[in-house]
Every structure is written in structure tokens, then in C-alpha cells.
Write a protein that binds this ligand. Structure first.
Ligand code: NAD
Length: 350
């Protein structure tokens, strides 16, 4: 993988305008009424733009088809470049379209949410939802460039910052103890945060992991830390029509997984370090939206979550295969989590 693929300032964008091939933009319609950073106004004015209403619903075959049609209308060829500017839903949809149209054209990702900067835009996965299954159709295709510019975060709503903060925390917990310690000095809304530093560190963890396991046959699985439980919570929330953000659900999943990891740890030091990390995550989550998502999540019955956790096809007959932390910054994958242990640590965690 080319080291030049990642750029942490906007100047590259303007260079892109000088190249010969045609460039087309796909972006989040919310930016039509938000104060976008200066460099991008020029970009939106300089190229033809297809606007997308961001959100999970945009990751659909229908929206993909609309963009394929638009690319036909503007006579895009496979030598042209798509610039995709938005959060994770826009970049997942845009990258899927780019990787399939005319067997794939060049594309540049410009993530505008914290979650996009540290996670969704990194790693070459894209996808749309199909038949009620998230990311059921998609490809592994790397963009030619990823431009990460944290000035986008100025307009990001508080709850979206928390969503991204949870994925950033996850990266630190599985891969970088120093970053985890640094995050502990802040809350996600702290005005003193050096976003450039944190985003660079957070995205680098994912970059390093995917460099060694692009297609998720081994180590890349550790990026799912907290997600098996988090996804089960999201499924129960969806069934009962309770609003629950993905980042929040993953945060609760990490809290329980940290207790499970502490339960299995050999050393007393590691046990206490893992439980402290779980307390830190609780502090970030507990007051969100007047405490409603926290009260709802922690009042769930673990035996009702278990059937959703069992659905993952990688599981064995008796256990769920999950991610266990050995200590802060170090994780193992494919660790068997038994139902009784899950119920026990769920109760212990809150
Ligand atoms: N491909 C991957 O490897 C990968 C990894 C993690 C997550 N994802 C996907 O990412 C998606 C979630 O991404 P997301 O949380 O960025 O969601 P999103 O794209 O829906 O953005 C969240 C909200 O923030 C708004 N927004 C975006 N940028 C903004 C800005 N700068 N200022 C103000 N508002 C802004 C959007 O309009 C939207 O309302 C999920 O679909 C998930 O599956 C993909």
C-alpha cells in the first residue's frame, strides 16, 4: 500500500483540480446549508456534484443506481475520478459506486465525520445494505487518495463526535496504549482537543492493522472489538424502535468486553487496568442525551441479546467468537465467549 495514499491537509485537493482527467464529486447534501471549510467551496463550485441525503438509508441499491445513472449522464469514463466528500454513509455508498462503475474508476475519499476519519474511510471496505442486512453487498477497493482534514469537525454535532470518539477509543484499546492514555485527558466536546494529533494517531492504528491483513482473515478482526455485543444491542433497539447510535452501542459493547477480558486475564494488574478502561468509557457515555441511551442499554436482558450474537457465521456451535483484550493496546481474536460467561460479565459491568 502506498504511503502517499493518506494526506492530512487540504492542499492536495487543489492540486487535483490541475490534472487532466475529469473529476466528479459525490457529497452529503447537508453541506449545501452548512459553513463548509473554504477550500471545499472552490471544489464544490468547480466540479459537477451529485448530492446524497446521508444516513444509513442512503446505502441502498436504489441510491447506487441513481449515481450510476448520473455518471452515465455526465459521460464519466473509467479514466475519470470521483471525489467523495462526506461521513461514513456517503463514503461507503460513493466508494461502492466508484469501485463498480465501468469495472471501477479512481476515487478520492474526503471524510467529514470523526468516525469517517478514523474508521470508515480507512481500509478499502465499502458497501450498501441489502435485504435488511448491513453492508451485505460491497467490495474491497482502495481509493487512490484519502484526504483527512479535521477542519470539517467544527460543524459536527455533539452526538456524532461521540460516535467517532467510541471508534477512536476502540482503536486505542486494541492497538495503542499511549493514545488511550491521551484520550483519558479529554471529553469528546473539549474545546482544547488537538484533533489533528488524535485523528492521525487513530487512523494510523487502523492503517497498520489493514496493511498486515487487508481481507480480514486474521488480525483485522480485532477492529470488531465491542461490536458483537454492540450489534446485538442495535438489533434489539431496532426491533423495539428505540433510537440508539452505533457508536453508543459499541461503547456499551466495549464496556462488557473489557469486563470479560478482565475476568479472563491472568495478572491482577491487567484485570484492574481493563476495569479502569471500562470506567473511563462509562464516564463518556453516561450523561449522553439525559442518560436515556445508557438507562435503556443497561436495562437489557443479556439472554435476549445472545441470539443476535450467535448469528455471526464465524461462531462455533457453543460459543460466540469474540475479541479479548490481553491488556490495553493488545488484543486477541476468535476467543470463545460462552453464554454463561456473557451473562455473568454483563451483570458485573454496570
Ligand atoms: N467501510 C468501513 O470500513 C466502515 C467502517 C466503519 C463504519 N462504516 C460505516 O460508516 C457509516 C456511519 O458513518 P457516519 O457516522 O460518518 O455517518 P453519516 O455519514 O450518516 O454522518 C452522520 C451525520 O453527520 C452529518 N455530517 C457529516 N459530516 C458533517 C460535518 N462535517 N458537519 C456536520 N454534519 C456532518 C451527516 O449529514 C449525517 O447526518 C455506517 O454506515 C457504517 O457502516 C464503514
Amino acid at each position: 500500500m502506498s504511503k502517499n495514499r493518506y494526506q492530512y491537509n487540504a492542499s492536495a485537493l487543489l492540486q487535483n483540480k490541475q490534472v487532466e482527467s475529469n473529476h466528479f464529486v459525490i457529497s452529503d447534501a447537508a453541506f449545501k446549508s452548512l459553513p463548509v471549510p473554504e477550500a471545499y467551496i472552490e471544489l464544490f463550485n468547480g466540479f459537477q456534484v451529485h448530492w446524497v441525503i446521508a444516513g444509513e438509508e442512503c446505502k441502498s441499491l436504489q441510491r447506487a443506481q441513481e449515481i450510476w445513472h448520473w455518471l452515465d449522464t455526465v459521460n464519466a469514463t473509467r479514466f475519470d475520478t470521483l471525489i467523495i466528500i462526506g461521513g461514513g454513509t456517503t463514503t461507503d455508498l460513493g466508494a461502492f459506486v466508484a469501485s463498480t462503475y465501468k469495472r471501477g474508476l479512481n476515487f478520492i475519499l474526503i471524510p467529514t465525520t470523526l468516525l469517517g476519519m478514523v474508521d470508515a474511510a480507512i481500509g478499502g471496505k465499502n458497501g450498501i445494505n441489502f435485504n435488511g442486512i448491513k453492508n451485505a453487498i460491497g467490495t474491497f477497493t482502495e481509493p487512490s487518495k484519502i484526504t483527512i482534514d479535521t477542519s470539517w469537525l467544527k460543524t459536527l454535532p455533539k452526538r456524532e463526535l461521540l460516535n467517532g470518539w467510541m471508534e477512536l477509543s476502540k482503536h486505542a484499546l486494541v492497538g495503542d496504549e499511549l493514545l488511550w492514555k491521551e484520550l483519558g485527558h479529554y471529553t469528546p466536546n473539549d474545546p482544547d482537543i488537538n484533533w489533528d494529533k488524535l485523528v492521525k494517531a487513530g487512523s494510523s492504528i487502523k492503517r497498520k492493522i489493514i496493511e498486515s491483513d487487508f481481507r480480514e482473515s486474521g488480525e483485522r478482526k480485532i477492529l470488531n472489538f465491542g461490536h458483537t455485543i454492540g450489534h446485538a444491542l442495535e438489533s434489539v433497539a431496532a426491533e423495539s424502535k428505540t433510537p440508539l447510535d452505533h457508536g453508543f452501542a459499541v461503547g456499551v459493547g466495549m464496556i462488557v468486553s473489557l469486563h470479560w477480558s478482565a475476568h479472563r486475564a491472568d495478572e491482577a494488574f491487567n484485570k484492574s487496568e481493563l476495569r479502569d478502561a471500562s470506567d473511563q468509557l462509562k464516564k463518556w457515555l453516561i450523561n449522553e442525551d439525559n442518560g436515556d441511551p445508557w438507562r435503556w442499554s443497561t436495562s437489557q436482558n443479556p439472554s435476549e441479546l445472545w441470539p443476535f450474537m450467535r448469528k455471526d457465521k464465524k461462531n462455533t456451535s457453543n460459543a460466540v467468537l469474540d475479541i479479548q483484550l490481553i491488556g490495553i493496546g493488545e488484543a486477541n481474536w476468535d476467543c470463545p465467549l460462552e453464554k454463561l460467561d456473557f451473562e455473568m460479565v454483563w451483570d458485573a459491568a454496570f
